[in-house]
Design a protein. Structure first.
Length: 233
């Protein structure tokens, strides 16, 4: 993101996405991104469609013109990512909402944001299930331990009404991913038990981090389950 105070314009670059869910029968997707500002949605931009990939490289820049700074503070930038389908309605994979009042428009912003599930009918979030985990930080050793205990009531994704879930863990700081790890795959279950421990080396002076748990269902279709915990000094 880059805001030009002289022209009252906001330049938005969609750089890339990684590890998107596969929505096509072949185990891939055809993703593209819609970019717009809330609440008015007067101007919408779209990236090109990238065929058969779960980690598309977009590198496309769009400019919202005539957006005074005072107005920008009341707007939310939305990145909505879709799976292109030639013969039916395009499926929305997820979205990222960025309230502009929460970022410093005086600086150029480049960072990762994790996709969130899309609101379902009636404004209710799609219920993807529950995950149980624990965190423990030892300041003297500079070690953060994450234990993935179990998940319950996951969505049915396989033809047989089950799933093969596993958990991905990403350690992020200042919008950048530092490390990632994942659990083993649990076959044919909607209530997997893991009890798996992962340790990250994080110096005490850098402990302001975000740990993101992502449960992925490797099947014909799968969607991310997000659960975020913030720790501050």
């Amino acid at each position: 993101l880059e805001y030009d105070f002289n022209t009252n314009s906001l330049a938005v670059t969609v750089i890339q996405a990684e590890e998107l869910p596969a929505l096509d029968m072949g185990g891939t997707s055809d993703p593209y991104v819609k970019v717009y500002l809330l609440p008015d949605k007067k101007k919408k931009f779209e990236t090109k469609v990238h065929r058969k990939t779960l980690s598309p490289q977009f590198n496309e820049t769009f400019t919202f013109k005539s957006v005074p700074y005072a107005d920008a503070m009341n707007k939310t930038l939305v990145f909505a990512i879709f799976d292109f389908d030639r013969f039916s309605k395009h499926d929305q994979i997820g979205e990222v909402k960025v309230p502009l009042c929460q970022i410093d428009l005086a600086q150029t912003i480049e960072e990762w944001r994790e996709l969130q599930s899309v609101e379902g009918e009636g404004g209710q979030d799609n219920k993807l299930g529950d995950i149980c985990f624990s965190l423990r930080y030892v300041p003297t050793a500079g070690k953060l331990t994450v234990v993935i205990l179990e998940a319950k009531n996951l969505k049915k994704m396989d033809v047989g009404g089950l799933s093969d879930p596993y958990v991905k863990i990403a350690l992020m700081q200042n919008g950048k991913r530092l490390k990632k790890k994942k659990t083993s795959i649990k076959k044919c279950t909607l209530n997997p038990y893991y009890n798996e421990s992962f340790t990250f080396e994080v110096p005490f002076e850098q402990i302001q981090v975000r740990i993101t748990k992502i449960v992925l269902i490797p099947s014909i279709q799968f969607h991310p389950l997000f659960d975020t915990v913030h720790r501050h000094r």
